[in-house]
Design a protein around this ligand. Structure first.
Ligand code: FOL
Length: 167
């Protein structure tokens, strides 16, 4: 079983600070929502807690939360304690995808477990003060495709590009 990773990062691979995102980019959030709708989303416990309560569980998606604490409760989501357990909740003979939506610890786990064969990366064209970073990726064997080029506007304060990687 393989999963697709989705992430938005700044020019220094920064993704978060104080358990929150570093920017408000409705156009990128729209891309995230449209891309993951109808599929399964897998996230770490801290990421789950960072999503505004009114958007939790992420609607029209099966939400899976990873926590080492087997008693952890995430209303509207399935809680698992290892990546291996994802497969039990995920149906491979359907066209539904499994999206790894972070954060940093979960991206690292999934990449090191060789669970990822596809990635959507939003590159935000700025730098930010952060405490959480996307892990290093060995880019050998990954093919890159341009998905979206967005110029900043009134509602979106930073320009960004979205690339798709497959291997
Ligand atoms: N990937 C990308 N490209 N951008 C992101 O911002 C992003 N964020 C996460 C994971 N991958 C990403 C994790 N953080 C919501 C909030 C935080 C979050 C992921 C999702 C959220 O509330 N999403 C709602 C839409 C909210 C809105 O419309 O403002 C959803 O239904 O997806």
């Amino acid at each position: 079983m393989k999963c697709t990773l989705i992430v938005a990062m700044g020019e220094h691979r920064e993704i978060g600070k104080d358990n929150d995102l570093l920017w408000r980019l409705p156009r990128d959030m729209k891309f995230f929502k449209e891309t993951t709708q109808g599929h399964t989303v897998v996230m770490g416990r801290k990421n789950w807690e960072s999503i505004p309560e009114k958007f939790r569980p992420l609607p029209n998606r099966k939400n899976i939360v990873l926590s080492r604490n087997k008693d952890y409760v995430a209303n509207g989501a399935i809680v698992v304690s290892s990546l291996d357990e994802i497969e039990e909740h995920y149906y491979s003979n359907s066209n539904k995808k499994c999206f790894i939506i972070g954060g940093a610890e979960i991206y690292k786990l999934a990449l090191e477990a060789n669970l990822i064969d596809e990635m959507y990366i939003t590159y935000v064209k700025s730098t930010f003060e952060a405490d959480t970073y996307f892990p290093f990726v060995n880019w050998e064997n990954w093919e890159e495709e341009d998905i979206l080029d967005f110029e900043k506007d009134e509602k979106n304060p930073y320009s960004f590009t979205v690339k798709k990687y497959t291997r």
